[in-house]
Design a protein. Structure first.
Length: 83
């Protein structure tokens, strides 16, 4: 399984200065969560990448809320959930 930590991914994007990283940094610098739509887009994109498609993944730090979990299920096929 691929370990997918949304916090690690956002920190990497900020470090590299990507467009999404710059947008996320505005929230992170204030101590706020990155908005759901940004996180969902990031997760959906990452889930479509070959390593995750081949090996599956373990989401770390996401979803944080029932709303995020429901939105994720509407966007991608979820085959298993562990608590």
């Amino acid at each position: 399984l691929v370990h997918l930590s949304t916090g690690d991914v956002f920190r990497d994007l900020v470090k590299r200065g990507t467009e999404l990283g710059v947008r996320a940094k505005e929230f992170l610098d204030k101590g706020c969560f990155v908005p759901d739509d940004m996180v969902l887009s990031l997760v959906q994109d990452r889930l479509s990448q070959p390593d995750v498609q081949e090996r599956g993944c373990l989401l770390d730090g996401f979803p944080r809320t029932a709303e995020q979990a429901e939105a994720l299920q509407r966007r991608v096929k979820v085959e298993g959930v562990f608590f």
